[in-house]
Structures are given as C-alpha cells and as structure tokens.
Design a binder for this molecule. Sequence first.
Ligand code: ATP
Length: 255
Amino acid sequence: MTVLDVQNLEAVYGPIKALRGVSLQVAQGQIVTVLGPNGAGKTTLLKTLSGLLDPRRGTVLLEGQAIGGQDPVDIVRRGLVQVPEGREVFPLLTVRQNLLMGAYTRRDRDAVARDLEQAHAYFPILKERADQPAGLLSGGQQQMLAIARALMAAPRMLMLDEPSLGLSPKLTQEIFAIIRRINQERGTPILLVEQNAHLALHLADQAYILENGRVVLEGPCESLRQRPDIQEFYLGVHDAGSRGERRWKRRKGWH
Ligand SMILES: Nc1ncnc2c1ncn2[C@@H]1O[C@H](COP(=O)(O)OP(=O)(O)OP(=O)(O)O)[C@@H](O)[C@H]1O
C-alpha cells in the first residue's frame, strides 16, 4: 500500500524553481531515500511535504488524503512528521520538555506517557539527561532528541533531513541503526534525505536521485548500488580500469 504519493510537485522561491515536477512514492513499511548534490532541492521537497512551503503545482496524498498546501500543524496531526536538518531542538527547554513539545498536537495523556517511555527505550541517554537543557547535549544527542521528539507526535510516516550531518562515523552508524529499528519495530515508513549516499543506499529499500529539482533516476537501492555511474558519482568508487581516464569521459547514465 502506498502511504505517500507525490505527483508533479513544483515549488519556487521567487524566481528560483527549486522543484520542477517531482513524483515519488513511499509504500507502507519502506525506507525511501532521496539523494542528490547540494542545491538539488532535497530540503525544499521535505519542507513542501511538511507544509512549510506551498507547492506551486502538483499533488501530495498521505494515505489517500490530499495534504498538499495544508497547514504544517494539520499535516503533523495527520501523521507526517519531519525531523529537520540541523535538529532544531529548543536549547533552553529541558530534554523532557523538548520531547513533550513533539506531542503537542495530542490529547491522550496515557498514550503520550507510553510513547515517552518508548522514546527513552530507543535513546536511554535522553532519560538520563531528561532535566538538562537540550542546548547542553552533544550534536549526536541532539539528533537523537530530534528523532525522539518526532516519535512523540505518533507519526504514521517520518521524514528525516540529513541525520548524519556533522556527526562522527561511529555516531552516524548508531543513529542509522536506530532508524532501522524504528522502521522495523514500528513499521513506520521513512523518507530519508542524506548526503552520505553509501549509508543511505545500504539502509533504504528505494532511492530517488534528485538533481536540479528533478528526479533523474529511481529504483531499488540494491540495483542502484551496482550501477557504475552511481558508484562513480555518488559512492566515490573508482574503477581500477578507468585510472588515467579523464573525468569528463566518464558519463552519468541519466541527464
Ligand atoms: N530560502 C530560500 N530562498 C531562496 N532560494 C532558496 C531558499 N532555500 C533554498 N533555495 C534554493 O533552492 C534550491 C534548492 O535548495 P535546497 O536547500 O532544497 O537543496 P538541497 O538539495 O537540500 O541542498 P543541500 O544538500 O545543500 O541542503 C537551491 O538552488 C537553493 O539555492
């Protein structure tokens, strides 16, 4: 079953066309990654899906219901929850207060308390540091807090914007392992924007390559990983046979 169905999405910043007709789907239980160079439109895509930016054209269906252009609070209420790039935790609020902010659209206190326990089970450090200001956490801990805060909104689907940004390889591995657990244990579908193509193509089921506001390639991660052009341009693998060959001679199989 398709949870998120995006068709021909366009978004602009004044004269800049950041999304030029993006279509993508996320099925129940899947992890889907969006890869692409700086400025490709990845963050714009997530912002448009979250309602922070109005689409100029196109449709967005969440579980069959149109959400394109709706208010961000309504979109969160419907279950589409974003973990923003750079975490954006509230630095002066305590860790617990940050987590409860994630549940601010919810009324069922018992369910919120249960979810707080579950968030602590995924990230025990957040329980240990519950009463400290979130601004005192390390970058990795703030990323954990941002993910846990999104879980407090009882998401039907999660969107993560560059969770590995600025983290050590070890911490990144840890965060990715938890993302996988969240997906497997809760069945939550995930749309993951990542610069680390290597990790993303190993974690996700499907991938979309975004360049200049357009999807230039899509498919199962397993087959994308085998493509020489993906290896060359996204995974940094250099074929020994091509040593000495001028870079301009190597080609992407997409345009
Ligand atoms: N607030 C803004 N005002 C004007 N132009 C913007 C704004 N935000 C993004 N852009 C432009 O829109 C395009 C897409 O940017 P976006 O941030 O979505 O790319 P990205 O793929 O997320 O890049 P990165 O990997 O660097 O985060 C770029 O050309 C960018 O310069």
